[in-house]
Write a new protein. Structure first.
Length: 594
């Protein structure tokens, strides 16, 4: 009888919103038009009152009826939600400074963490408490930012609350999680008909009084749904992350973009995931539905992992989910940079790159495990392996993105890409080891040398994969009978280096070396290409490298320095061309017909 009683929050929320909409309060809480928002029209911000009313009535009606007993944990959860509701309501009436909003969020986080809800998978309180504060404050702001399009935040919150309720029911968790999730979902369902109206503008918005309560409650549900260290599995570790993946992805995307552009993160804008999808040509309702479907699919996989109880199935599923999320985030980021989608072929290639990297990371860690333990290992070793793999994969994807490994094309990989890939592997390994050490405690008979072996194996695998396409393209061109032109560049300055990069991206061209008089460059490599001679020894360079063409990138050098180059090329019947950088030509000279 627990769930039906909590559902009383649905009519309570609907009645509250309808009553407020037809009262003077709607005019008092009307939002002023703002060009930074997706909707510039004034809309009453009374939805948050309805959501909070539905949550409160559903929760306390269950307590009054008896299926749920009042506890300090329950009181702390409701007190934190009430604090943020009041702070949000004040912000809706008169804008609060960011510092005041953050203070209220920290107060709510402290309240919930001090009354029995905590990060269960971390044993040390010195780590668990700060981690819990970051999680609660982060998710509160995530839904505050996500409330940027009619029906979006409410729809995703209903989906997340429903999955938390299903997980609590399947795992026979304490009734508090089930009741709180159902009460929140009921309050949201009473609000959504006034906010999500396909083809029409919303009658009400939830405002900060609603978005902050939603984010805080879902964050608390994520903590209350976690398990102790001893019972951790892959599924329990990633359940909150998968259920709330879309809000996390949107917040991360917006935060990074605004920081790079030098804008305050709290400032409104039209750079969210939903806005980017609309720029693709999707309708507003379609964008909401698409993000809701993504959230539903991720939540469903998390429940499936719990229901199957198979660590291997969960690990593989989490790997696939992470790969698809990286691809989706990359797709949205590209939409923001270009304002329009690239060709589908490019996204197919990007997805293939992400999948290949996922397979390489997984295979490398498995190889390191098998090399270290000479087989399948003990039950604890296998358990530790299955817990570590998804954490390692996620950290490695994040590091590869941060180091720009998905910004280029593999067929043009250079030595600089190899260094970035190596750094990404090392950083992600350290991050993954830190997370596992914090959440799992002592590894028992699982040797940490596995991680050292993994760094070596994975670095070689990822670097080799990036250079493999370059080699394959070259071999295909040779197999097709396309002759590769050998190029010698005279001058290793800015123009010569620019020409090197351009030729590397041109099929059929191969730079065999540099010629430069600078003593400090002799014998050194510049962007992977060696300086093989000076202008005075150009004959020796031509004899050793057998170029088909020589490009001279120092045309303004004294003639007495350039004449030996031209003479040597003529003697060997090698084509010689001069390359000049003209960056200050008058546009009229270029555009005026001759």
């Amino acid at each position: 009888m627990t769930t039906p009683i909590a559902l009383v929050g649905f009519p309570a929320a609907a009645i509250a919103v309808w009553s407020l909409l037809h009262s003077p309060v709607a005019r008092r809480l009307g939002s002023a038009p703002d060009a930074t928002r997706w909707r510039a029209s004034a809309t009453p911000l009374v939805g948050g009152i309805g959501i909070y009313t539905g949550l409160a009535i559903g929760l306390w009606a269950t307590v009054a009826a008896g299926p749920l007993t009042y506890t300090t944990q329950l009181g702390g959860l409701f007190a934190g939600a009430s604090l943020l509701f009041l702070a949000g309501l004040i912000d809706d009436l008169r804008s609060l400074p960011p510092a005041a909003k953050l203070a209220a969020q920290l107060g709510a986080a402290a309240t919930v963490l001090a009354t029995g809800t905590r990060v269960e998978i971390v044993s040390s309180p010195w780590i668990a408490i700060p981690l819990g504060v970051v999680w609660v404050v982060g998710m509160t702001n995530a839904f505050n930012l996500l409330d940027n399009m009619d029906g979006l935040a409410g729809s995703l919150a209903v989906i997340a609350a429903a999955f938390f309720a299903c997980d609590a029911w399947l795992q026979h968790e304490p009734r508090l999680v089930l009741v709180l999730a159902v009460a929140l979902a009921a309050g949201l369902l009473g609000f959504l008909p006034f906010n999500l109206r396909p083809g029409k503008r919303a009658l009400v918005w939830m405002g900060d009084s609603g978005s902050q309560v939603i984010g805080f409650t879902l964050a608390s549900l994520g903590l209350a749904s976690s398990y102790t260290v001893a019972s951790s599995t892959v599924a329990t570790l990633v359940l909150p992350m998968l259920v709330l993946a879309v809000p996390i992805l949107d917040t991360t995307l917006v935060t990074v973009v605004r920081l790079l552009e030098g804008r305050p993160v709290s400032q409104g804008g039209r750079d969210h995931s939903s806005h980017r999808l609309v720029s693709l040509g999707v309708s507003e309702t379609g964008a909401v539905v698409l993000l809701a479907l993504v959230s539903t699919a991720l939540g469903a996989t998390s429940l499936a992992y719990e229901a199957f109880g198979n660590g291997r199935v969960a690990t593989i599923g989490v790997l696939v989910s992470f790969a698809l999320l990286v691809q989706f985030g990359s797709f949205l980021a590209d939409l923001g940079r270009q304002g329009a989608p690239r060709r589908s072929l490019i996204y197919t290639r990007r997805l293939a790159e992400v999948v290949v990297d996922g397979a390489l990371v997984s295979a490398s860690f498995l190889a390191a495990y098998l090399l270290r333990f000479n087989g399948v290992g003990t039950p604890n070793q296998r358990h530790y392996f299955l817990l570590t793999l998804p954490v390692l994969l996620l950290s490695r994807y994040i590091a590869l993105l941060a180091f720009g490994m998905y910004a280029g094309v593999w067929r043009y990989a250079s030595a600089r890409d190899a260094l970035r890939a190596s750094a990404a592997v090392v950083v992600s390994e350290v991050a993954a080891v830190g997370v596992i050490a914090i959440t799992q405690g002592p590894p028992g008979d699982f040797s940490r040398s596995v991680f050292v072996i993994d760094v070596l194996v994975c670095t070689v695998a990822i670097v080799a994969a990036r250079f493999a396409e370059r080699a394959i393209v070259l071999l295909v061109e040779i197999a097709r009978g396309h002759r590769v032109r050998r190029v010698l560049i005279v001058g290793a300055g800015r123009t010569g280096r620019s020409l090197l990069r351009e030729l590397r991206e041109t099929p059929g061209e191969r730079v065999v070396g540099f010629v430069d008089d600078a003593p400090g460059l002799r014998g050194r490599r510049i962007n992977g290409t060696k300086v093989i001679a000076s202008l005075a020894t150009i004959d020796r360079a031509l004899e050793r490298s057998h170029p088909d063409v020589v490009f001279v990138t120092i045309p303004n050098a004294p003639h007495e320095r350039l004449h030996p180059v031209v003479t040597a090329c003529a003697r060997r019947e090698t084509d010689c061309r001069f390359v000049r950088r003209d960056v200050d030509l008058d546009p009229h000279v270029i555009l005026t017909p001759s």
